[in-house]
Design a protein around this ligand. Structure first.
Ligand SMILES: [Zn+2]
Length: 135
């Protein structure tokens, strides 16, 4: 098995990864009802309109939940354990799966976060750091 990990750029997710290549975390905003969403879809999950626009996230977010992986989910990540996988809610509303750049035992529910673009296997990825530094 290859140790390479690349995102699937087919379908509406392609624009998400392309925006990250350009240094922006973007989410979809429905032109019909105003709902904001991730992951990218062909239609609005609130009203089913296909009229969606891309909008850049401002970078503020909140930690909703997380787990800490003590066994590698994929061999490519075996040198990173133990690492956290978190659900983060952007200030604009959409949630995404990410990593928090802080010690695992410092993570707290509702912790205020700030977007920090990182790099993994050559791909720009959205990660988050606590707005208030932790010890
Ligand atoms: Zn809508």
């Amino acid at each position: 098995m290859s140790a390479e990990v690349k995102p699937d750029r087919t379908g509406p997710a392609g624009a998400f990864w392309s925006a990250l290549d350009g240094g922006r975390l973007e989410f979809q905003r429905c032109r019909a009802c105003g709902a904001a969403q991730l992951p990218a879809r062909e239609e609005c999950t609130a009203c089913l309109s296909p009229d969606l626009a891309w909008e850049a996230a401002q970078g503020g977010a909140t930690l909703i939940s997380w787990v800490v992986y003590h066994r590698p989910y994929h061999e490519a990540f075996k040198d990173r354990i133990p690492y956290n996988v978190a659900v983060v809610e952007l200030d604009e509303g959409p949630r995404l799966i990410s990593n928090i750049l802080a010690p695992n035992d410092s993570l707290r529910i509702d912790m205020p976060l700030r977007l920090e673009l990182g790099e993994s296997f050559g791909q720009t990825i959205p990660q988050f750091r606590p707005r208030v530094p932790t010890g």
